[in-house]
Ligand binder design. Structure first.
Ligand code: GAL
Length: 425
């Protein structure tokens, strides 16, 4: 007969055994995993699809639901996401930009779960750039998302053969650009291809950096550059002059339409983030330095406007175990080497194989050189430097400006907005 003590020993042994055999271990990921983003095609989707395909090989019991909502830069996806998050119906995981788009909304509302355990388990605190980690960490040291990439915003794209045909060179300042615009007008070619409203904000941030320099540009976000200063007013005047050199149908063009005009020889230049490289290379099968060329946007050589796409774990995510597996995967060097060569971006994880020229062609090598040697500033159009309260309303001001061309008025309205949204100290 077992006495009481032996019973206790026996019970302890059983508990230990169950633990070792995994009965008490965390469940293996299974079920549905809804991945919410705005990468739906036209160069946007290939990287995501490739990453999902590899994840599905590793986790065959998880069914990934690719819940991408069309619309460049997330203009539509963000509205859908907001409704779902506030309606208690969050996706398992969603795309969000590192910086204020994450912090001023989802972290501030207490709707994101910290991911420090995942970072520690994977050794990522040593593998991600500190500046990027700072943008996704709160004051208590909680890290909220996993970045999949580094994109560059201030890139001027062109078609080398067409420039030669028209007898123009790549402008390195806005004055040069305006001079080139006159030459191209004689050939009946718009100097700049511009798309819908958010691409105009995107263009303005390149113009602003080119006109103000890195310190002046950064000062817009910490209140040390006055929105009504002559320099800032001139950023809008320059934007107006560039718009005068562009296609008139800009509001009806997606970013892909606008960058494709350059490839087709229907416009000379386009300023777009390097997801355009992903579109050209992975989607259109074009070759860098042959079918398309690039340079820092005028006046911004030595400066890199950066942004980063990330995914996180919202409060109420239906399948957190699968999200943990997803996030652990997408932050790995393996996933980032699958995703980024298709997406047009650099890996955010510094242990990825960026030195491999078979994987990362001439475009990536040049972007990487600049990323590691330039002054880095954050993007307004893609959520880094300002809360959506500012950036959404600023996009509205750009829409009015496109109609009235009034540089004084937009500068004054932006100044007001900076005060209202707490940016001007
Ligand atoms: C950005 C995003 C990029 C790309 C682009 C165009 O906001 O960070 O990854 O998707 O929009 O849609």
């Amino acid at each position: 007969m077992l006495n009481r003590r032996n019973w206790i020993y026996l019970a302890l042994m059983v508990v230990l055994l169950l633990g070792v055999t995994g009965v008490f271990a965390q469940d293996a990921p299974s079920g549905e995993l809804e991945v919410f983003s705005w990468w739906t095609g036209g160069g946007e989707a290939l990287g995501l699809e490739a990453m999902i395909a590899r994840f599905s090989e590793l986790y065959p019991d998880v069914t990934v639901v690719n819940a991408a909502v069309a619309g460049g830069s997330g203009v539509n996806a963000r509205a859908v996401l907001t409704t779902r998050m506030l309606g208690g119906d969050p996706p398992d995981t969603f795309q969000v930009h590192a910086g204020e788009e994450l912090n001023a909304v989802w972290v501030a509302a207490g709707l994101m779960q910290p991911l420090n355990d995942i970072y520690e388990a994977n050794g990522w605190l040593e593998q991600y750039p500190q500046g990027l980690l700072d943008l996704i960490t709160d004051e208590e040291g909680n890290i909220y998302v996993v970045p999949v990439n580094i994109h560059r915003s201030n890139v001027l794209w062109y078609n080398p053969a067409k420039l030669e045909e028209w007898g123009v060179t790549v402008p390195t300042t806005w004055d040069e650009f305006i001079a080139t615009c006159a030459t191209l007008a004689e050939a009946g070619v718009p100097a700049m291809a511009i798309g819908e409203n958010w691409t105009q904000v995107h263009l303005w941030e390149s113009v602003a950096l080119g006109v103000l320099g890195a310190d002046g540009y950064n000062g817009l976000w910490d209140g040390t550059t006055s929105w009504t200063s002559p320099e800032v007013i001139s950023t809008f005047e320059t934007l107006g002059a560039v718009m005068d050199c562009a296609n008139e149908d800009m509001n009806s063009l997606s970013w892909q339409d606008a960058s494709q005009r350059v490839i087709n020889g229907e416009a000379a230049f386009n300023i777009m983030g390097d997801w355009a490289a992903g579109y050209f290379i992975a989607d259109l099968g074009l070759e860098p330095n042959v079918d398309f060329g690039w340079a820092a946007s005028p006046g911004t050589s030595g400066n890199f406007i950066f942004l980063s796409d990330t995914f996180g774990l919202p409060v109420g995510s239906p399948n957190p175990t699968a999200v943990n597996a997803w996030l652990s995967f997408i932050g790995s060097a393996e996933a980032q080497d699958i995703f980024n060569p298709l997406k047009g971006s650099l890996p955010a994880n510094t242990t990825a194989d960026i030195g491999n020229a078979d994987l990362y062609n001439a475009y990536f090598q040049s972007a990487y050189t600049d990323w590691t040697s330039n002054s880095i500033v954050g993007s307004l159009a893609h959520g880094v430097v300002a809360a959506p309260a500012f950036s959404n309303a600023f996009a509205g001001l750009i829409a009015s400006f496109q109609g009235d061309g009034d540089a004084q008025s937009i500068a004054a309205n932006a100044a007001l907005l900076a005060i209202q949204t707490g940016m001007a100290q």
